[in-house]
Design a protein around this ligand. Structure first.
Ligand code: C2E
Ligand code: C2E
Length: 179
């Protein structure tokens, strides 16, 4: 039986579980790789990884603004014109349930193609390929993604993206002043 001697090593292995949301490409790869090699997590039950290619006309940095993971341990990154999402402890049969929790729109409307990996071996081999991708091919998110969680007031009406107007109340008729 393998007993780690260094408690710091042990703690650092659980660290990726505390991440959530957008991560830089290399940080994402490192986090998923750490989870795959973490002996404390259940083999082949560590999570599901999914790569999504945006529908034509939509950029991956736009698509990622619609990706809003709630669960700690759910992380994503963008590069090579795809969004890669890792859903910790999600089971393959629950993938659509999880994606429905994470995206405010049906993912079929936003993405035209998806690839899924759910066994440790598959995930690890995909991560190794991702780690070989040069930084020039990583995509920088729009500033909105990096900031605090912002709700974007846009909607896809089936054909195009529309802004949803926000009502603004002008001064009251009895002369109330905006402060
Ligand atoms: P968390 O795992 O970081 O999840 C944060 C929030 O994401 C949850 O807030 C919930 O709104 C959403 N969420 C995460 N996973 C799921 C899911 O499988 N289904 C649904 N419908 N929503 C999900 P919430 O409910 O206030 O929970 C706060 C924290 O309490 C969670 O943080 C988690 O640490 C813990 N927790 C709550 N319920 C459960 C549970 O059934 N099992 C476990 N293991 N932890 C739970
Ligand atoms: P559910 O909401 O129908 O989710 C079913 C399964 O989908 C979850 O099984 C999980 O494998 C996956 N899943 C759903 N949402 C997410 C997500 O945001 N991220 C990830 N990584 N996976 C997700 P699980 O974890 O065994 O949970 C079973 C049920 O327990 C959930 O059914 C939900 O009703 C409840 N639950 C679990 N965690 C939470 C939580 O944090 N908050 C709340 N409110 N409920 C939770």
């Amino acid at each position: 039986r393998h007993v780690p001697e260094d408690i710091a090593t042990l703690l650092s292995m659980t660290q990726p579980l505390k991440l959530r949301g957008f991560q830089k490409w290399d940080v994402f790869c490192e986090a998923v790789h750490n989870m795959m090699t973490n002996p404390l997590l259940p083999a082949d039950g560590r999570g599901v990884m999914v790569a999504l290619r945006p529908a034509p006309g939509l950029r991956v940095e736009q698509a990622v603004t619609l990706c809003r993971p709630n669960r700690t341990g759910d992380i994503m990154t963008i590069g090579e014109n795809r969004l890669v999402l890792f859903l910790s402890f999600c089971r393959i049969n629950d993938l659509d349930t999880a994606l429905n929790h994470i995206f405010p729109l049906p993912t079929g409307d936003v993405f035209s193609n998806r690839m899924v990996w759910f066994e440790d071996k598959q995930i690890t081999s995909e991560i190794l390929q991702m780690q070989a991708v040069k930084p020039e091919r990583w995509t920088t998110p729009l500033p909105i993604t990096a900031g605090p969680e912002t709700v974007m007031n846009v909607e896809h009406d089936g054909r195009s993206w529309r802004r949803i107007p926000e009502p603004i109340r002008l001064a009251e008729s009895h002369g109330e002043q905006a402060s």
